[in-house]
Ligand binder design. Structure first.
Ligand code: ASP
Length: 582
């Protein structure tokens, strides 16, 4: 070894010991006769000292030539520091250097490699390997590592077997576009990268593996957001001979165990909420239940009073921002601007202030008298001092917009504390979702999800009403994982494909292998997959998954460090039999 200790481990009890450290020069303070160097590695920072009278002249001269991020090896004696630094684990000592070797000089880094950096996002991504030297970034990856190890050990204890499934496959539909890879040996043919290992894990159940998991890369070619990456990691799991209840018990267990180990938090049993209730009371299938502010539907109370906007609306619905009656004109305008943003999409916002003297002041006073507004307030269970905010329009858009407003207010009123965790299971999802664009049904989860047994007859009469045996785990408004009990019977699977608009031939060519497998003794099975990057972000208290990925892509799906995607040479294209038309 080039070193006897790392930069985070020397303490006062090492005083007088001769040691050798290696690392990067974080900072150099040159006071003429005295030079201090902060030497950093993954484990911490140790102060080196070069001092006239104590250190050889030549050595001090060399120390003065060190630049930031030089890689050095320093040997010397551990001494007690005169001025101790309590904020540093090694703050009681320093190393009086008597031998210094520059292992590798460094160019001046493009941004400061400290906890607070002056580097913007783009620069940090371009030089990600330097960004990764910073504590907060490294800590995020250490957290990821911990979560990964704990997950593996928990699932291993529960008899799950980790099996790797192939990456060059053909499409597994999860509702996004596939990334495809051209085949050199079969011109005109393509592999697809897995959007998930869904079909493979089901086949492993047919094989009798009983309990499978894999921490696995998945690929989806879709528009990116802060919590999405084109390649991301799942904790993918499947179990045989289980009901929904068994899946809940196992994976609630996993998440609880992670919370216990990482955060020291004991979570209560996760509540359950139907999709229908989630949509009705929070306008979202991933409600943030850290705070209430539930939706109140007002159609009956507000319609028929001559206010056209409400009269014509399919849904009039609001929330009560408790204690906000004192909001100024400016604050109310800001809320109106918020709901009118294209991403939120409401046309306007109606407010009612419940003043402390018991009177009401609203933006629709022209249409509603004090008694009318009192009836609203009763619906909201509002008290003086509250502010009622109401949106109207068609059901889907209005709920979505109000859900955004609710979350926005949750932020403004500081009701979304990062250290509070509100998990729940959302259940009873619809099996199918009508797609206006293609004018046909899509599987809301994926086509392998089993309908609820009692809803199967509805498949032919009212497909939109059929509930799926599917579930999501939601924590703090983040969909952490989702899964379902699967179809394990060829006829049902075939029928499902028919409902999704597949011809028999299409179903056979794409998923014939799975349907055939179902004829060779497929056990009932079900499973779940967790978004591992999101899980890391949740535990790390961040909204962005990017911080928890060593080498992430930017918003445009580019890796700006290696500059990819990129063009490939004509010869390579020829070999693949691809002619580009650009
Ligand atoms: N394959 C599904 C997904 O990626 C999860 C599952 O159904 O287990 O969302």
């Amino acid at each position: 070894m080039l070193r006897t200790y790392n930069c985070g481990e020397l303490r006062i009890q090492h005083a007088n010991e001769t040691v050798t450290l290696c690392g990067w020069v974080q900072k150099l303070r040159d006071k003429g006769g005295m030079v201090w160097v902060d030497l950093r590695d993954r484990y911490g920072v140790t102060q080196l000292i070069f001092q006239e009278g104590e250190t050889a002249r030549a050595l001090i001269r060399t120390a003065k030539t060190l630049g930031r991020e030089y890689v050095i090896q320093a040997s010397g004696t551990v001494v007690e520091r005169f001025a101790k630094n309590e904020n540093m684990a090694t703050g009681e000592i320093e190393v009086k250097v008597n031998k210094l070797t520059v292992l590798n000089p460094a160019k001046v880094p493009p941004f400061i490699i400290e906890d607070d950096t002056d580097g913007g996002d783009d620069l940090r991504m371009k030089y990600r390997y330097l960004d990764l030297r910073r504590n907060p970034v490294r800590k995020s990856l250490e957290l990821r590592h911990r979560l990964m190890q704990l997950t593996r050990s928990f699932l291993d204890d529960q008899a799950f077997i980790e099996v790797e499934t192939p990456v060059l496959i053909k499409s597994t539909p999860e509702g996004a576009r596939d990334f495809v890879v051209p085949s050199r040996m079969n011109h005109g043919e393509f592999y697809a990268l897995p959007q998930s290992p869904q079909t493979f894990k089901q086949l492993l159940m047919v094989s009798g593996f009983d309990r499978y998991f894999q921490i696995v890369k998945c690929f989806r070619d879709e528009d990116l957001r802060a919590d999405r990456q084109p390649e991301f990691t799942q904790i993918d799991c499947e179990m045989s001979f289980v009901t929904q209840e068994d899946v809940f018990e196992t994976f609630e267990g996993l998440i609880k165990s992670l919370f216990k180990h990482i955060k020291g938090i004991t979570l209560e049993a996760f509540p359950r909420m139907s999709y229908h209730e989630a949509m009705k009371t929070y306008g979202s299938d991933k409600p943030d239940t850290r705070f209430d502010m539930k939706f109140v539907e007002l159609n009956k109370v507000v319609q028929g009073k001559g206010f056209n906007v409400f009269d014509q609306a399919e849904l009039v619905v609001g929330i009560n921002a408790s204690g906000c009656a004192g909001y100024s004109r400016k604050q109310l305008d800001a809320l109106t601007d918020f709901v009118k943003k294209p991403q939120v999409g409401a046309k306007g916002l109606v407010y009612v202030k419940y003043n402390s003297d018991g009177s009401f002041k609203s933006s629709v006073d022209k249409f509603y008298g004090q008694d009318d507004l009192k009836a609203w307030a009763e619906k909201f269970e509002a008290v003086p001092g509250d502010l009622m905010l109401v949106l109207s329009g068609d059901i889907d858009h209005t709920r979505k917009a109000l859900s955004e407003l609710r979350l926005h207010l949750g932020d403004l009123l500081e009701l979304r504390d990062k250290d509070t965790f509100a998990p729940l299971w959302v259940v009873d999802f619809p099996l199918l979702e009508w797609d206006e664009e293609t004018q046909r049904y899509h599987a809301m989860h994926h086509p392998f999800t089993s309908p609820m047994a009692e809803d199967i007859p509805l498949l032919d009469t009212d497909p939109g009403k059929v509930r799926a045996n599917a579930y999501d785990m939601v924590v703090n408004g983040v969909e952490l994982g989702g899964g379902s009990i699967r179809i394990h019977n060829r006829d049902t699977q075939q029928r499902m494909f028919r409902h999704l608009g597949f011809s028999e031939a299409e179903a056979k060519s794409q998923f014939g292998f799975l349907m055939e497998a179902f004829e060779y003794g497929a056990p009932p099975h079900g499973g779940i997959a967790f978004g591992f990057d999101r899980l890391c972000a949740l535990f790390g208290g961040s909204d962005s998954i990017r911080d928890f990925i060593a080498f992430p892509k930017n918003n445009a799906g580019r890796d700006v460090m290696i500059d990819s995607p990129s063009v490939i040479a004509k010869e390579q294209l020829d070999e693949l039999g691809i002619a580009l038309k650009i």
